[in-house]
Design a protein around this ligand. Structure first.
Ligand SMILES: [Zn+2]
Length: 715
């Protein structure tokens, strides 16, 4: 039988065996092979499911080569039995060339544009306004990436793709159905429980990796490289020949709902889940948040992770989750009221990677950094960009000598968007991550599922350097005069090989060092001496246990009163504490499980460093308790203190530092560029203090000295 032989030829290897992931499907196909129509239908359905697993769930169920075998079998079956071919077959992505120009079609529900802002205080004003319009109801939000592509609407009737239209002017758009069908992650037929009418809206885009691939082809042909993904997407989707569009590797992310019947969902988040079940790809990092401040907080987090993405974004979209609330909010003449885009200024520049170096952090984490030919981006000169991890270098294939596009988005550290391999010299080779720690020669290890690379040697000089620097920093033990250069001197002269050694230093040891006079030696030793009284919470933070920062350290010391008590706590006990998750508990257990660390705490105590709270139950450096019983919120940029330093001052003076303004707030300490917290304070009649007024109030006239942070040590 012809059906059977086509299946065997394509799905079995030469030795006659079927590839194991395909075995169950192969059996089912053989069982219906007497009917070509049934075979084709079963095979098409299976391919749609594999597509959904690959694109919507991002969990491929079979290897790519097995997928290709299935497609080949389907194509051959359809050629042998033309009557089985359906217009929405997985093989029917590339249709006939369009003759006579593109049709302009009206949107049945207009595609409005959305309000956007570049300022966080305007964003908060929008949140307040929305809450007011909903008379204070609880509002959940969904945060999504704003993809930089071409907006489109795709219509499905009884589960079949019937039309694709560009957004156009919002009222009418171009019919791009034939080209939309070529986009591999747009389902031609929906899976499962299919609504009679479904209009899905989203963004057609091109991955950065696809632009690289196309530009290599352009270079081979001796043609000009394409400039960017957005313009190329717009150009490709309007091609008259679908075969041209198909060759451009476009993708689609679904992000909203148009005209729809019988879907049965009431929130956006559920709608997106439903879309994935039907087979659509949705953008990564999407999350539902319980209230507006949480939504803004998560938006900030997303912006910091932009470097992970293989596509361009120009902002974060915040949407009201509940469809009922959306309806009540309605729209202005221009925008729906239930959505806002928080955009960031994005600047790009091209430059060359001179070198890729690695930096060893205080917990041994090894981070690659690109040294660039200095280039000006938005008014500042950029000469370095973090490459984050080995994975990212491999994924973006960034090499020494490459021309690269560097992006600065918002206040985030610049990152490399993509290389331009078409300019690559012939001798260029992929970057090889070092196998050995450049500081101590120890073989590097993979951690956290292989993404993170660490130097496992606790005595590594680079780690010691970073640990001591951090230990002495303002947020930790606050030892004046012990910056990066001084630490390097102390380590290189052999005076310290552990943190505890700091407390064994004498003026005579230090005064002999390069650029260290008697006076500065005396000052340094006095500062080290003073730090003994910093208290156990600061000390715990200063020990740089992974994931234990200032706040966590305070919680832990509040609970255990001393570092020794904490070191004896069980993992189970720790993970039950509020704000301490399983991961932090594990990090603490790991840290104190190392005898060298417990020995270090013992040595610090013997040297006179306070490792326990004083008997009275409060921290021993007693400041006048001028803020006892008062709650203070810090906002804006202060002149002399960081926000966390100001909060520490509040606590040291007996007050409580809070993050949000309410009727219970006693004071708001406002610096420059204070946003919604300041306006909240004015509304609620909470007294607002300037920095000077605040310092007068707490009775402190000491100001910290400003000093530039030391750059990390590079290898
Ligand atoms: Zn090392």
């Amino acid at each position: 039988m012809q059906t059977e032989s086509i299946l065997r030829k394509n799905l079995c290897s030469e030795s006659g065996g079927v590839s194991p992931p395909l075995a169950p499907l192969y059996e089912k196909l053989l069982a219906v092979s007497s009917s070509p129509a049934e075979t084709v239908s079963l095979l098409s359905e299976a391919i749609r499911r594999f597509d959904r697993a690959y694109f919507a769930e991002q969990q491929p169920e079979i290897p790519d080569h097995d997928y290709d075998r299935l497609m080949k079998a389907l194509r051959e079956l359809e050629t042998a039995f033309p009557e089985t071919r359906s217009p929405d077959s997985p093989t029917a992505r590339v249709g006939e060339k369009l003759i006579g120009g593109r049709e302009v079609v009206a949107h049945r529900v207009p595609m409005l544009s959305i309000e956007n802002t570049y300022s966080e205080s305007e964003l908060f004003e929008y949140g307040t306004r929305t809450a007011k319009l909903l008379s204070g109801e609880k509002v959940a939000w969904v945060d999504e990436l704003k993809i930089d592509g071409v907006a489109a609407s795709i219509l499905y009737e009884d589960g079949r793709l019937t039309r694709g239209i560009t957004r156009g002017d919002g009222l009418t758009g171009d019919d791009i159905t034939a080209n939309v069908k070529t986009i591999r992650d747009v389902p031609l037929r929906l899976l499962g429980d299919v609504p009679p009418v479904l209009e899905v809206r989203g963004e057609i885009y091109m991955p950065n990796s696809e632009l690289l691939r196309l530009n290599l082809i352009q270079a081979e042909k001796g043609e000009k490289p394409f400039a960017n993904t957005r313009n190329l997407t717009a150009g490709s989707i309007k091609q008259e020949d679908p075969a041209v569009c198909a060759a451009r590797g476009l993708r689609f992310f679904a992000h909203s709902v148009g005209r729809t019947e019988g879907l049965g969902v009431h929130t956006h988040f559920d709608f997106m889940e439903k879309l994935r079940a039907l087979g659509f790809a949705t953008s990564p990092m999407m999350k539902r948040l319980p209230d507006f401040p949480a939504a803004v907080g998560y938006a900030r987090e997303m912006i910091e992770r932009l470097h992970e993405l293989d596509f361009e974004t120009d902002g974060i979209v915040l949407k009201v989750d509940d469809f009922g609330q959306r309806q009540r909010l309605g729209a202005t003449s221009k925008f729906p009221r239930w959505v806002i885009a928080y955009k960031f200024e994005k600047y790009e520049a091209e430059t060359t990677v001179r070198e890729i170096r690695v930096q060893v952090g205080k917990t041994g984490k090894v981070t690659p950094v690109a040294e660039l030919d200095p280039v000006e981006i938005a008014g500042s000169v950029v000469a370095r960009a973090s490459l984050h991890n080995a994975d990212e270098i491999a994924r973006k294939d960034i090499r020494v000598g490459d021309r690269v596009v560097v992006e600065k988005a918002g206040k985030i550290i610049p990152h490399i968007v993509r290389a331009e391999p078409e300019h690559r010299p012939a001798e260029s080779a992929p970057y090889r991550f070092p196998d050995l720690c450049p500081a101590c020669g120890t073989p590097l290890e993979k951690a956290d599922g292989g993404i993170l690379i660490r130097c496992p040697n606790a005595a590594c000089p680079a780690q010691l350097q970073r640990r001591v620097e951090f230990f002495a920093s303002k947020e930790a033990m606050d030892i004046d005069g012990l910056g990066g250069k001084a630490v390097t001197l102390l380590i290189e002269s052999g005076l310290i090989s552990s943190i505890a050694d700091l407390y064994r230093l004498k003026v005579s040891d230090v005064s002999g060092l390069e650029r260290m006079g008697k006076k500065s030696a005396e000052n340094l030793i006095a500062a080290i001496e003073k730090s003994k009284k910093a208290g156990p919470a600061r000390l715990l933070n200063a020990l740089a246990i992974r994931n234990v920062g200032e706040q966590t350290a305070r919680t832990l010391i509040g609970e255990y009163k001393s570092i020794e008590n904490l070191s004896r706590a069980s993992q189970e006990e720790l993970s039950r504490l509020p704000d301490i998750g399983g991961v932090i508990a594990e990090n603490i257990i790991d840290f104190f499980g190392d005898p060298e660390n417990t020995a270090m705490v013992g040595q610090l105590r013997e040297c006179g460093v306070e490792t326990a709270l004083a008997e009275e139950g409060t921290e021993s450096v007693q400041e006048p308790q001028t803020l006892a019983g008062k709650t203070v919120v810090v906002t804006g940029t202060l002149e002399h203190y960081s926000r966390s330093e100001a909060e520490e001052l509040i606590r040291r003076h007996g007050g409580k530092a809070s993050k949000s303004v309410s009727k219970k707030t006693d004071y708001v300490l406002a610096g420059t560029a204070a946003g919604s917290k300041l306006s909240d304070a004015r509304k609620l009649g909470v007294p607002v203090l300037s920095e000077d007024e605040f310092l007068n109030l707490i009775g402190s006239n000491e100001l910290p000295e400003s000093d530039e942070p030391e750059p990390g040590r590079l290898f």
